[in-house]
Design a protein around this ligand. Sequence first.
Ligand code: PAF
Length: 292
Amino acid sequence: MLVVRTIAELRTAIQENKSKQEKSTVGFVPTMGYLHEGHASLMRRAAAENEVSVLSIFVNPIQFGPNEDLDRYPRDEQRDLALAENCGIDIVFLPSVEMMYPQETKTKVVVAQMTASLCGASRPGHFDGVTTVVSKLFHMVQPDRAYFGMKDAQQVAVLQQMVYDLNMSVELVPCPIVREEDGLALSSRNVYLSEDERAQALVLSQSLQLVQEWLAVEPVLTTAALADRIRTYINGSPLAEIEYVEVVAFPSLQPLAASFPMSERNTDVLIALAVRFGTTRLIDNRLLQAVQ
Ligand code: PAF
């Protein structure tokens, strides 16, 4: 596994790896590091499905708001490199902030509308930072496939829209959420949770699990009723502070009418949650397939 820190080294390394085989595809996993099993599942898949696999580790400052956790975002380069090697990654790109942003960014990639709701509502500018850095990374790596976890379902939908609108020749591969044995979705931010918060954080996955049971008993449950039940369940946990519980069409992220019965959904439906435990903000979601 090759570790590179400059864009020039990255491009040379990819070219050299590609030229070893007559026909080769590049699989790319962009991350902010502090890798866990969720990232490992993306890396293994990128390595298995492509001749050349590239991982980037870059804590992207422009996707953090002024009062967010940029400074305390967890980092562990040595552990990340060991995991990447174990997953079969060929090239790791570890750029500095100066390498990615040698001067103030004057060009931004902005996906409109879809970035104003859900996480975009409480994190203004966040998705502009994500789409800008991912486009830059796509230009540097020129991947055939890029792998993203569905825990960030809105990010997947927004990036799919960007790739479509800008005719980028990369296939986005959404990958399933990886969970702890007790159901908590893996996240680099889980390390911030105290013991009590970690225990109570299970209400996210539990409430999403219950959706299936509620709909089995009452398939005509409306969007509003479903969201209310989830809120009531999560509010049963004293440390949980709900930021949002949303039921929207996927991948358009268009809101569904409050009175819309779930039994009539003719698109996939995303149930998305953001809940704070102390200073830690957790997200989770469940995708329901269209029934008609
Ligand atoms: O999902 C993430 O870790 C980040 O948003 C990404 C896609 C690596 C962009 O910085």
